[in-house]
Structures are given as structure tokens and as C-alpha cells.
Design a protein around this ligand. Sequence first.
Ligand code: PLP
Length: 393
Amino acid sequence: MTQPNDFAWLDRASRCVAHGHDPALGLVQPIYTSTSYHYLDEAAQPYPRYFSTPNQESVARKIASIENAEAAVLFNSGMAAISTCVLSLVKPGDHILLLRGLYGGTHSFLVSELTKWGIDFDFAADVDEFSVKCRPNTVLAYIESPTNPCLDILDLRAMAQFARGAGILTIIDNTFASPINQNPIDFGIDLVVHSGTKYLGGHSDLTCGAVVGSERLIERVVSQARKYGGALNPQDCHLLERSIKTLDVRVTRQNDNAMAVAAFLQSHLAVKRISYPGLNSHPGHLLAKAQMRGCGGMLAFELSSESPVRDFLTKLKLITPAMSLGGVESIITIPALTSHKHVCEEDRLHSGVTPNLMRLSIGIESPRDLIADLTQAIESCAQGSKSRAQHES
Ligand SMILES: Cc1ncc(COP(=O)(O)O)c(C=O)c1O
């Protein structure tokens, strides 16, 4: 799983294409379906649940390379990557720090499972609060930047500095940014997790996850992972390898599209609130510019209209109301009813997930068509509200 550094001179876009597999076997890594390998002559014996088959290793090398890390390990979902990673680093009696505003699935997992394991936790909103809430038995801090769905930005360099000083590990979920826009390891963050179901896969047809970091920490995660299972199968490794080859092209287009859509929404009178780190109005804009190469394809917004938010979704013709994110197709959700449905209302509201907040995952369509679709849906809702008001008066 180690990254041979003979590709280190290549730009990330080239590493997406070229790094990982052995070109002598063909430009595409063959799919090794075997679950059993001859072992007498081998120092290491490949086995799927040991995360050591040729397909798992070649894609893990590619992901490690584009995250500027030594090593990576693949899982069969983002949550398998996150749960295994956290549980490989904690023991009963430990305390961990969690960023407020995490993805709902992670929030639910950590809050419900850690308690059962006798692990205590506290939420914090920024680096200062992390340092105030750090205890002698704190072992790690779990963060996201940008957060899902509100797109809050955390200072990664300051976070890593604080954690190193306190002697605790840091894990970041880098799903929203993708390795094209942000490499947290460069700022001193210890471990990066991905829901590969999103940008890495990118075509809404693959469920997978990854943990990336130093060889030493990845060995720790893998030794736990072998007990939990959750490895990625060879066919999905192949799909992931194929998808990552176009990651740079897709994400660059999604960055541009999202910026155009965010600027449009910001200028529209019917929009009450918009969060996109690429906008000057975003409180984390300067930080995002300093630590991200692009601001990503995700944005969150709220309309000022009184009409139910579901009405707006039904008016859209190109953008599909659908779960997940990061694919080539633009999709929209209401996080309070989807990704954050199982987070208690108090925690949801505390992190800005209001009932009418919509989360837009921008694809690679024409930005003109995306803006036209949003425009017609906003106008159609406004007309509906006007005729309802006339009818009632
Ligand atoms: C930021 C983030 N992290 C992790 C996950 C979990 O990934 P998966 O659905 O692949 O298990 C998601 C899923 O939506 C997510 O949005």
C-alpha cells in the first residue's frame, strides 16, 4: 500500500491517470477475481479481507498519491472507512473531540456508538473551542472542512498545530473538497477519510470509502479493518480506478459550475441565505482560498419564499431531487429530511441545518442550463404563492 515515489514529480491530474497500476499489465489494471492466492513463495499473501489484493493495492496507491500521503486503504463504503478508522484509534475511557456540523451519518455513528464503547466526546466549533475542551484523556479530534451540508471552513493548519501540541491525532473527512481541491496531510492533519461514493466514484454508481495517511497509522487501521471486514471487491476497485482517472477534469468543471450557480443565487432576490466558500460573503472565504485550490461543487441555500421547500424541488427539470452527492449529475436534497434526519433537532439547528435548507451538488452540465432550471423553478414557485395569496384574499 506504500506509494513508490517515482511518480512524485507528476502533477495531481497526471497522477489521477497514471499512478497506481503497473502499465506492463495493460493501461487498465486487470480485475483479479480470485479470493485465494498461492502463498508458499510469497512473503505477503493477498486475501480480499486483508485489503491486500492487486486491485485493492493499486487503487489505494493512486488515492494515497493524489492525497500526498504514504499509504491508503479502501473500504466498501464511506461509513465503513470512518467507523473502522475511528474505532482503530480509541479504547474505553478515552475522550474524543468532534467538530460541530459533521455529516449526519458520522454524527449519528459517533454519538450512538462511542457511548456504548465507554468513550466520551465533546463538540467544538473552532480551534479555540477544541483547545478549551481538550482533556488529558483526549486521543483524537474528528473534523470536516468544508462541512456537510453548511460548508463551514475550519483552519486546518491551526487545527493540526493545536493537535500536535496536545499530542492527539486528527482525522478529517475530505469528501466535500476531494483530493483535487484540498490535501489536508499537507497542513499536518494525520488521517484523511473519504466517502468514495461521492467525488472519487463520481458517477452515482459505486459505493466505497478510503482512509489515507502515514504508513504507520494505515497499518493500525488495516489491522483493525481485517477484524471488521468491509473490504472493497475487485470489480468496484476497477470502477474506482476508472473514475479517478477523470477526477481532476470532473472536479475542475464542478468547481466552475458551482461558482457560477452560487453567484447567480447570491444575486437573486428570492434567495434568503447562500453558503458557498468561493463567495466573498462566506465567513470562511479567505481561509478557503488559503487552503483549497478550488471551492468544490457543493452549496447550500434557503429561499425566502413561504411556499413549502418540496414545491421548489418538484419544479426543477434538470436538477434531480436525489440523495448522495459528487456525481456528474446535479442533484438536490433537503438535509433535515435526508443526510441529517437522524441528528436530533437541537444539534441540527445548532449547526445551521434549518428545515428549509437545501443542499445542491453541482454536476458537469452546462452552467447556463443549471441557472435556467433554478430560475424557472424559483419563478414558478413565486407565481404559485401569488395565486395562492389572491385565492385566499
Ligand atoms: C461527508 C460524508 N462523509 C461520509 C459519508 C458516508 O459515505 P457512504 O454513504 O459512502 O457510506 C457521506 C455520505 O453521504 C458524506 O456526505
